[in-house]
Design a protein around this ligand. Structure first.
Ligand code: ASP
Ligand code: MG
Length: 412
């Protein structure tokens, strides 16, 4: 059995859906679950809709744009509008009308899943003209907690439901289902965090004991740097689960960070390959790593350096460090780089206005805080002597750190 995942870019228009159908039909005889994201940038549009509806603003135009975007794809692919698509369009409209009293996080999870529900309805209607396939509501098997917008999977219930309710369907038809969404114990829709469809694929692969999980992307595989930032990037042929986990930790946007754990647990190979260039084999991520790994460059913009200084001329000791870390944990903030000195502790985080406000509120009493924004963080994983030449050295360096394997530099 294979799990395939197609992201929003791969199904952004009718040509994308046709291409997806060609890929699926060329793999017949295989049991398969196809996980699909919302089309193009629909999720952003749905986020706009939530904001407008919650603020009591007029959202008609945004809604119409979203609808006509999907309708255009339907017109190009199908003779009529699929009933299932119409149902979701209608439920989207109804949910939007009743949003004003709803908690914002819950509201988000009522609205945003419609992107995946609508895209899969269109794709299944088109694909069923060519192969035997069935639409499946992934919310009926992926059980999560009620941490809306960033829900955590209940693995025991999810695995049981998948084996009971989804496996029999996979045995009789190609399954078309949604990424990114699940449901809580009360039946509310939940989402797994932005770009969470990769993670959905991994959950399915793990629970159904798939033989492989393929992520179809608009790049030929995993590259050692973002080609928009560095010239002459190289593609990895093979990587270990561990390597990729580390790459995502440093901010490489190759795959959703939660994807690796479930598939590594079951040693399921993960293949990243291009939906545009199907002759290329892509990058295989599996247990061993035979080739020596070339340096990997990760760049993160919009970084904030926070420096906390003790107020009373005592040392920045472990107790004080503990206080700061506790606050960061409470606020769900990840430290991207840190350094301490006698009187200070400095840490670099993604710059989010509301989080820095909360840091101030919670730490102002015990520390003198300074904030330095608009910084960039570069990481070279598995650095070599000449890999340093690739960094933009004409910038002013704020902080740097070097270990046996990794080099990190924060610069302006
Ligand atoms: N549609 C969702 C998003 O854009 C999930 C995904 O694409 O993986 O974040
Ligand atoms: Mg997406």
């Amino acid at each position: 059995m294979q799990i395939f995942k197609f992201g929003g870019a791969s199904v952004k228009d009718a040509a994308g859906v046709k291409n997806l159908a060609e890929i699926i039909s060329s793999c017949d005889n295989e049991q398969m679950v196809v996980v699909v994201s919302a089309m193009g940038k629909s999720t952003n549009k749905l986020e706009d809709l939530v904001k407008q509806a919650l603020a009591g603003e007029n959202y008609e135009q945004t809604l119409n744009e979203l609808k006509s975007y999907h309708r255009e794809v339907i017109d190009e692919l199908l003779g009529s509008t699929p009933d299932r698509y119409l149902l979701f369009e209608e439920s989207l409209e109804n949910e939007l009308m009743n949003l004003s009293q709803v908690d914002p996080m819950l509201a988000y999870d009522k609205i945003v899943p419609h992107g995946e529900l609508m895209s899969t309805s269109i794709i299944e209607a088109y694909l069923s003209q060519q192969v035997k396939c069935e639409w499946f509501d992934v919310r009926s098997v992926i059980r999560t907690d009620q941490y809306f917008t960033e829900a955590n999977v209940d693995w025991v219930v999810t695995e049981r439901q998948m084996l009971q309710d989804l496996k029999p369907v996979v045995e009789r038809a190609i399954v078309i289902t949604q990424g990114f969404i699940g449901s809580d114990v009360e039946g509310n829709s939940t989402t797994l965090g932005r770009e969470g469809s990769d993670y959905t694929g991994a959950i399915l692969a793990c629970c159904l004991n798939a033989d492989g999980f393929t992520v179809w992307k608009d790049v030929p595989g995993i590259l050692n740097a973002d080609p928009r930032i560095l010239e002459d990037t190289e593609q990895y042929e093979k990587l270990s689960y561990r390597e990729v986990t580390e790459m995502t930790y440093y901010g490489a946007q190759v795959i959703h960070p939660k994807t690796l754990k479930p598939i590594a647990q079951k040693s399921i190979p993960l293949i990243v390959r291009s939906f545009l260039d199907r002759d290329k084999s892509g990058t295989v991520i599996a247990s061993e790593n035979t080739t020596k790994t070339i340096p990997c460059f990760v760049f993160k913009g919009n970084q904030l350096l926070v420096t906390a200084q003790v107020k009373d001329h005592s040392f920045m000791n472990e107790k004080k460090l503990g206080m700061i870390l506790q606050v960061l944990d409470l606020l769900n903030i990840k430290i991207n780089l840190m350094q301490n000195s006698a009187l200070t502790f400095s840490f670099c985080i993604d710059n989010k206005e509301f989080k820095s406000r909360r840091i101030k509120e919670l730490l102002n009493r015990d520390f003198i805080l300074t904030f330095d924004g608009a910084l960039n963080l570069a990481t070279i994983k598995n650095y070599t002597p000449d890999s340093f030449n690739k960094l933009p050295w004409n910038r002013s360096i704020i902080m740097e750190q070097k270990t046996t394997n990794n080099y990190q530099v924060l610069y302006r």
